[in-house]
Design a protein around this ligand. Structure first.
Ligand SMILES: CC(=O)N[C@H]1[C@@H](OP(=O)(O)OP(=O)(O)OC[C@H]2O[C@@H](n3ccc(=O)[nH]c3=O)[C@H](O)[C@@H]2O)O[C@H](CO)[C@@H](O)[C@@H]1O
Ligand SMILES: C=C(OP(=O)(O)O)C(=O)O
Length: 428
């Protein structure tokens, strides 16, 4: 993991100004996987967020033999996958982020096999991969698990020649849909994926694959049809803005009673979260590609049920829990996607919050004026929620284990400081 990362936040400043929404983490990761499917030429991805998950994905692309150059200032990633050399996703890199599993379709097509020594991602309770495995198997692959000397499971997927078929997700899995679409893109024949995810990032990845020559229809309908083609070509693509990053900045304005211009944010991408925030007292004004947001009235309590897109995104559940602490009355949160995403409640309690957790339901008893404390980011969105809490708390908040925050948000301290926040990032 390297050095410990901490953020120190002094609360009390209202945020004002203009902030640039970063490129989407959950769009760029499958795109890096997709770029490895092009056996000739160089893929150029623009508006790439400079986050730790992207750095890990670049390391992983290099580990399988691709040439990958991340030009941080230009936010541009150039990938040449013409000479891949290994089907193995090594544990030391792959187990540090979820997106590693999105390399599997490319390895299956390029080598006829993929060896997965580890899959990471935030620890949010059970995070199964059976929809991916079952889909690959229906396309003709075999999946076996072997236990390494250190006790870790190593997954071996073999697929001499993938063929299209009728596939499904029991629930519309985000990365599951992306992996099955990518596997089908170069498979023999036609594939139908039922109950496919509708997330904007899935559609952005479909747009990239189409530009590469894939024949995909039905994106955004729940039924995706993929007609396999012989090869995919390297292209240039601009990654969509990160709707979760946008949502966190909306809540930064809301929690401090400020007003912000979010460059690149699209209200529609926030789905039901936009309506819930409006009900809490946030005002939105979409002006072309800039979303104006402000909150100058009392925060009202809210009822949130997380769901797949366009429902309330689970990745915004932790941030809204922090915001709800300041609402005038009890808020109710029902987490339906992950069974272990409430570790934040104990951390907010250290700051004075009153949150009752019962299984996957939480009641946030607002309003509570929070005070600064030392708190731990147990996962990425726990980290962003604690930054939000710190912005509105009295005194100083120290957020430890903040590598998690850096997994998914770029230049957090710099962007918030420019808006008037008192926040620093420390390493060591
Ligand atoms: C890299 C990436 O894009 N990560 C996002 C992706 O994660 P990820 O793609 O891992 O999330 P999924 O949509 O697959 O998982 C949602 C739920 O379905 C279950 N499930 C999923 C697959 C499967 O084969 N079997 C199964 O049971 C999971 O255990 C979980 O409870 O979508 C999540 C839900 O929007 C987001 O929080 C993550 O930020
Ligand atoms: C859960 C998340 O990401 P990942 O799937 O990459 O762990 C997240 O972005 O909050």
């Amino acid at each position: 993991m390297g050095h410990e990362v901490r953020y120190r936040v002094r609360g009390g400043s209202q945020l004002h100004g203009t902030v640039f929404v970063q490129g989407a983490k959950n769009a760029v990761l499958p795109m890096i996987g997709a770029s490895l499917m092009a056996s000739k030429g160089r893929t150029v991805l623009r508006n790439v967020p400079i986050i730790e998950d992207v750095r890990r994905a670049v390391e992983l692309a290099r580990a399988v033999g691709a040439k990958a150059e991340l030009h941080e200032t230009e936010r541009t990633l150039v990938i040449d996958a013409s000479s891949l050399s290994s089907p193995v996703l090594p544990a030391d890199i792959a187990s540090r982020f979820r997106g590693s599993f999105l390399f599997v379709p490319a390895l299956l097509h390029r080598f006829g096999e993929a060896v997965i020594e580890g899959v990471g991602g935030c620890n949010l309770g059970s995070r199964n991969l059976d929809f991916h495995y079952n889909g690959f198997k229906r396309m003709g692959a075999t999946v076996t698990e072997q236990v390494a000397d250190n006790g870790d499971g190593i997954i071996h997927i073999k697929a001499g020649d993938l063929r299209g078929g009728t596939l499904y997700c029991d629930t519309p899995s985000h990365t599951g849909t992306e992996n099955l679409i990518m596997a089908a893109a170069l498979a023999r024949g036609t594939t139908l994926i039922k109950n496919a995810a509708l997330e904007p990032e899935v559609l952005d990845n479909i747009a990239l694959l189409q530009a590469m020559g894939a024949k995909i229809s039905g994106g955004g309908t729940g039924f995706v049809t993929v007609e396999g083609v012989g090869e995919l070509t390297a292209v240039e693509h601009t990654v969509m803005p990160d709707r979760i990053d946008a949502g966190v900045f909306v809540m930064a304005a809301a929690i401090t009673g400020g007003d912000l211009n979010l460059v690149g944010a699209t209200l529609e991408h926030l789905g039901v979260a936009a309506d819930k925030l409006e009900q809490m007292g946030v005002e939105f004004h979409q002006q072309g590609a800039v979303l104006q947001v402000r909150r100058d009235r009392t925060l009202r309590p809210i009822n949130v049920i997380t769901d797949e897109y366009p429902g309330f995104a689970t990745d915004l559940q932790s941030p809204i829990m922090a915001l709800s602490c300041f609402a005038e009355g009890p808020s109710y949160i029902y987490e339906r996607i992950f069974d272990g995403r409430f570790k934040l409640a104990d951390e907010l309690a250290k700051m004075g919050a009153d949150i009752e957790v019962d299984g996957n339901r939480a009641k946030v008893n607002g309003p509570r004026g929070l005070r600064g404390a030392e708190v731990e980011a147990h996962d990425l969105r726990c980290g962003s929620a604690l930054v939000l809490a710190g912005l509105a708390a009295e005194g100083e908040t120290t957020i430890t284990s903040a590598y998690y925050l850096d997994r998914g948000h770029a230049h957090t301290a710099e962007r918030l400081s420019q808006l008037g926040a008192d926040i620093v990032r420390e390493v060591g």
